[in-house]
Write a protein that binds this ligand. Sequence first.
Ligand code: AMP
Length: 363
Amino acid sequence: MKTIGIIGGGQLGLMIAEQAHVLGVRAVALDPAPDAPAFRVCDDHLVAAYDDAAALEELCRRSDAVTYEFENVPGDILIPLSEKYNIPQGYRPLYDSQDRLREKSNARDHGLQTPRFAAVDDEASLRAAVRELGLPAVLKTRTLGYDGHGQAVLRSESDIERALPLLTVPCILEEFIPFDSEASIVMVADRERVVSFPVGRNIHRDGILDLSIVPAAADPEVLGRLKTQSERFMRDCGYEGILAIEYFLRGREIYFNEMAPRPHNSGHYTIEGCTTNQFRELVRYLTGEPLQEPQLIAPTVMKNILGQDLEAACAVESEGHADTYVHIYGKTESRPKRKMGHITFVGLSGAEYEARWAARFVR
Ligand code: AMP
């Protein structure tokens, strides 16, 4: 029986472990929190910091292949380990995504269109970048930003002053894209092929994913181009394993926003909405099994459950609706804006979700 190791024990680790079990594969996770959600389903676990080199080595020793469920694994630990153990995705896709400046430069160098951007380190370079890119613009920290943390939209000159406190760390200024919609794609690649999951439309609230609606209601030519360019990008970069890319769509234009070499929140719908899912194909990749091409079973909506919606989600679960799949991650502490679970509605369109379900959750 094979064992996969997961650096990180959050909900992504939990769902990787669940799908590993479907394929008869064991899972072991490493996380600093003794009550990490993934530990409940993993066969084995290690409580240790992400930069604890000895613990990470122990995780590798206990695993046939190791993956990560978050982006900020330090390279100085992962690189030496990947020379000694089987960490097939390697450090490269993490390196390319850990810094927004590097991430966007890499995307542009590989033929993807990005919002125009400039590096910003201090007030002078911020003012120069604003002159170059114009307003509105979005200022983001280059590293460690997530779910809208570490960013500010600059709409007028007076916003520049207010954004200065962000500049204690290196930042990037991006052109603001008045997009029609946001979309993402999840792909899994081995040496032979890239399989990709149907493109969903993503709706964010306060910088956090709220809904994924699949299929994305956009021009089929644009969606086809998004898929082709994403698969080519993954190949050209030489990435293997799993990669998610988030885009802005505006008219016929597709702008790269960011990528993540791990299962993605916008891909949770695949568990019940597709014939195979992002977690299962990642496990197939890790264990050297041939990848399966996913098919969408029916239009699907995924609703993220943050702390403020946990009670409503539990009520939906207790009502036992058909084709409605409630996932509660089992985090011990619930907070507003913390991802506590998600609900997948299979056989539902975005409009039907609005009419039948939206009012149940906090607006
Ligand atoms: P990010 O963390 O970069 O994915 O940003 C979080 C959210 O902020 C995105 O999903 C968008 O809704 C919004 N956003 C970020 N960058 C831009 C941009 N350049 N133009 C317009 N909206 C943006």
